[in-house]
Design a protein around this ligand. Structure first.
Ligand code: HEC
Length: 219
């Protein structure tokens, strides 16, 4: 545009500072028109025809687990995380029940079915690795017992079946220095290490600690 400075000079004067009435730059103007059009579309979509969920509705959908399968808008938040990761493993069920019991909440741990003692090479290898990384300082590299009890005899302080071991490992015996492991190890890792410990039965390592607890012959 060919405007003369005099034509667009506004007539106020602040200490010698004067103002020109320039046209708005086209990029700015088109951006402005775009936002106006966008606001109309937004308003119609979210507030008039209600074809999209409002922020409040989105929040409700995210908080409500019943909406996992979709809402009235056929919409599922991309941030929704399902807490249901499929059926729980038996080891996870025992771990939860042990924790509930240790925290003083009712638990029917005695009524739960007995876990399988794993004997396959992969699980025992895994159990051994967990044992050597976390347990041997107190229970001996061969399970012969040092600070903690001997795992190679048939005597157990807290019960000698697989569920008892899994429970003791999960919740520990804090007063006696046995750490609860349910914060560090997964239920499956605990199942593996418990099975590994049971595989040490009768191995009779040197320097075995004297038996503690009660004889358990159920294995
Ligand atoms: C800081 C030492 C320490 C560490 C580390 C430790 N334990 Fe223990 N653990 C003990 C003590 C002490 C006891 C005996 C508790 C008691 O007298 O009631 C025990 C008891 C146990 C028992 C019960 C034994 C019984 O006779 O009933 C099992 C099973 C066990 N620990 C497994 C583990 C496993 C598996 C790990 C590694 C993931 C581990 N412990 C790591 C100190 C430890």
């Amino acid at each position: 545009m060919n405007t003369k400075k005099e034509d667009i000079l506004l007539d106020h004067d602040y200490d010698g500072i004067r103002e020109l009435d320039n046209d708005l730059p086209p990029w700015w103007l088109y951006l402005f028109y775009f936002t106006v059009a966008f606001s109309v579309v937004y308003m119609v979509h979210y507030h008039i025809s209600n074809t999209g969920p409002s922020q409040a509705e989105e929040f409700m959908m995210e908080m409500n687990p019943e909406n996992v399968a979709g809402s009235s808008f056929g919409y599922r938040s991309p941030y929704y995380k399902s807490t249901d990761s499929g059926p729980k493993s038996a080891a996870a069920i025992i771990a939860e029940a042990s924790r509930a019991e240790a925290d003083g909440m009712a638990s029917d741990i005695e009524a739960l079915p007995e876990l399988e003692v794993l004997t396959d090479a992969a699980s025992l290898e895994n159990g051994k690795a967990i044992y050597t990384a976390n347990c041997f300082v107190c229970h001996g590299i061969n399970g012969e017992g040092t600070i903690g009890p001997n795992f190679t005899d048939q005597y157990w302080i807290h019960g000698g079946n697989i569920n008892d071991l899994v429970r003791t490992i999960n919740v520990g015996v804090i007063a006696k220095g046995m750490i609860p492991w349910d914060k560090t190890l997964t239920p499956e890792q605990i199942h593996n290490v418990a099975s590994y410990i049971l595989s040490l039965q009768g191995t009779n390592p040197p320097n075995g600690k004297a038996p503690e607890g009660e004889l358990y012959t159920g294995l």
